[in-house]
Design a protein around this ligand. Structure first.
Ligand SMILES: [Zn+2]
Length: 249
């Protein structure tokens, strides 16, 4: 059977949970799971709504097919009927909880989109690892298309780069750079972070050289950590690089 259409056994269980809890209910449960995994407060935008749309409607809305989507303009989460499962839910709820779901950061987020997607998927993997081990195994071994929200090659490189970063900085520190807090300006938090870890300002590099933020991060990491970083990013099997037990928490 076509890889994109195969479903894991837990797919039906997850969707019966969705039917019982309702979309809004499942989003709240997911928020609580993320909070538990990352041990940081998760604040969703006020008035956030959740909707399940047909694939046709999603294509009309986005211009292409996706499993799910967080829309800043609509302050809404969209899920594509028959195409989403827990990893999509975690990924999209993370988007909604991030700095980049806030209007004041819209300017920055355009230029570093690849990094934001990679960070979202990396943290999704970690939440699955902590809270939903079966989903995690399917995610890390890429057994089913539906068990990863976005693993396009450029995002996968970013996910791997973040796994390298979290062998030096902690996952919680990196998550704190992603999850919105009213009292902390993102740019300030980022500057403190790179100074603390002796990393080159890769966001500045990305904007100056007009390269993707993931490419700039990979350069900064290989400069700071050498061969080890290059091997984990380019050569090691995904499940080796994404071994969360080897990372700082
Ligand atoms: Zn995304």
């Amino acid at each position: 059977m076509d890889y994109s259409k195969r479903r894991p056994r837990c797919y039906a269980d997850f969707h019966s949970l969705v039917r019982r809890a309702g979309l809004q209910g499942i989003v709240e449960k997911c928020r609580a799971h993320i909070e538990q995994a990352l041990k940081l407060p998760i604040t969703l935008p006020e008035g956030l709504s959740a909707h399940e749309l047909t694939e046709r409607d999603i294509i009309m809305l986005k211009g292409y097919s996706v499993h799910g989507e967080y829309s800043l303009e609509d302050n809404a989460l969209y899920f594509t009927r028959g195409q989403w499962c827990r990893p999509t839910l975690v990924h999209e709820v993370l988007h909604a909880a991030s700095y980049f779901a806030r209007n004041e950061y819209a300017d920055i987020s355009g230029g570093i989109m690849t990094l934001i997607e990679s960070l979202t998927e990396f943290l999704t993997g970690y939440v699955l690892y902590r809270e939903h081990p079966v989903c995690f195994q399917n995610w890390v071994h890429k057994r089913y298309r539906i068990c990863s929200a976005s693993l396009l090659p450029i995002y996968e490189r970013g996910v791997r780069a973040l796994a390298v970063l979290c062998r030096h900085a902690s996952i919680q520190e990196v998550a704190a750079l992603y999850l919105w807090r009213s009292e902390k300006n993102w740019l300030e938090a980022y500057k403190e972070f790179i100074a603390r870890h002796g990393l080159r300002d890769f966001i500045k590099e990305c904007l100056r050289r007009r390269i993707s933020a993931v490419a700039a991060l990979v350069d900064a990491l290989t400069e700071a950590y050498g061969e080890e970083a290059a091997e984990l990013i380019y050569e090691a099997p995904f499940e080796i690089t994404l071994d969360f037990a080897k990372m700082e928490t």
